[in-house]
Write a protein that binds this ligand. Sequence first.
Ligand code: ZN
Length: 99
Amino acid sequence: MSDRIRCRCRRCTIRGLMGPGVIITVGVLFLFDQMRGGDFSFGNTYPVILIVIGVISLAAASAPSHGHISGPVPPAAPGGPGSAPPVPQNQFPGQGQGQ
Ligand SMILES: [Zn+2]
């Protein structure tokens, strides 16, 4: 969990709140179910989970991504097993295929 490099841009920070937000929401809804029941049973309140996911997704999508780091970027050890860096395709029109 802590071996991956975390991007600290605002978009990724908000996106990182998705897991804890859903877990806390489910816990609160089960707490309401245990305390009140009836209208607050989990069968009636589960759409709140979808609302929380939607709100967090919307906030993450609208947040700026300045300084975004895409993917793990090891500082001194490039090319670990299974994590090939993206190779830019050198496809310029007019170069090659012309002769
Ligand atoms: Zn980011």
